[in-house]
Design a protein around this ligand. Structure first.
Ligand code: ADP
Length: 232
């Protein structure tokens, strides 16, 4: 079963730059997919179209049966509930504790306190931070902050986890810790993970599926791919 289908998608920004040309892709449920390519190749644009931060100028983006570009603004929440997002710069709320940062999204949708507690502690356990529930973001290392961001992204058990350069600010060891956490989530929850990165070492170590973009064009989509220097 495909979780994502991208059909004849083009994205041209208002300034005339075409970031994605005639893209066709199908991503199966439960996959772990890297999106690689040089700076400006269209990785972020692709990720943004999946959560409706950007709309394609042509073609269709289908996520979990929803035609993303056609969704009315007031229905975008239906899409957002199916996915979690992790950014390079963590984006935690500085005045909230680790627990509160992760609980926040569930409070907003009116979930009961007991159920919030169970889900938040489970998510924090999965990222190895159950002992940091009372800490504030500025008391944590970069790697720990990113793990909180991951816990926040998975706390509502989304089908899809989108990660845009999640290890971009971290050293190689911390980056591998993040990858271990993401791999565990993919295996244990069956969450489909799509991760944009330019970290060659990670891509080559993890042996996951790899989508390679170059100047807005799909170069290839490989099972157990490597970082394809030639293609980039
Ligand atoms: P990557 O994530 O691979 O670095 P991006 O998707 O950010 O690539 O960018 C692809 C191309 O689209 C680049 O040429 C970039 O300058 C352009 N671009 C990205 N965002 C915008 C925007 N909001 N407005 C205009 N051009 C953009």
């Amino acid at each position: 079963m495909d979780l994502i289908r991208i059909k004849n998608v083009e994205k041209k920004y208002k300034n005339g730059v075409t970031a994605i040309y005639d893209l066709n892709l199908a991503i199966e449920k439960g996959s772990f997919v890297f999106v690689i390519g040089g700076s400006g190749s269209g990785k972020s644009t692709l990720i943004k179209m999946l959560y409706r931060e950007e709309k394609p100028t042509k073609g269709q983006v289908i996520v979990g049966g929803l035609d993303v570009a056609k969704l009315k603004n007031k229905k975008v929440y239906k899409l957002r509930r199916k996915l979690g997002i992790v950014f390079q710069d963590y984006r935690l709320l500085p005045k909230l504790t680790v627990y509160e940062n992760v609980a926040f999204a569930l409070e907003v949708i009116g979930e009961k306190k007991d159920s919030i507690r169970i889900k938040v502690l489970k998510a924090l356990e999965e990222v190895g931070l159950k002992n940091k529930v009372h800490s504030y973001p500025d008391q944590l290392s970069g790697g720990e902050q990113q793990r909180v961001a991951i816990a926040r992204a998975i706390v509502n058990d989304p089908k899809l986890l989108l990660c845009d350069e999640p290890t971009g600010n971290l050293d190689p060891d911390r980056s591998m810790e993040i990858m271990k956490v993401l791999e565990d989530i993919n295996k244990s929850r069956g969450t489909t993970i799509i991760m944009a990165t330019h970290d060659k070492e990670i891509v080559n170590k993890m042996k996951k599926q790899v989508i390679t973009l170059k100047d807005g064009h799909l170069v290839n989509f490989k099972q157990k791919g490597k970082y394809d220097n030639e293609a980039i």
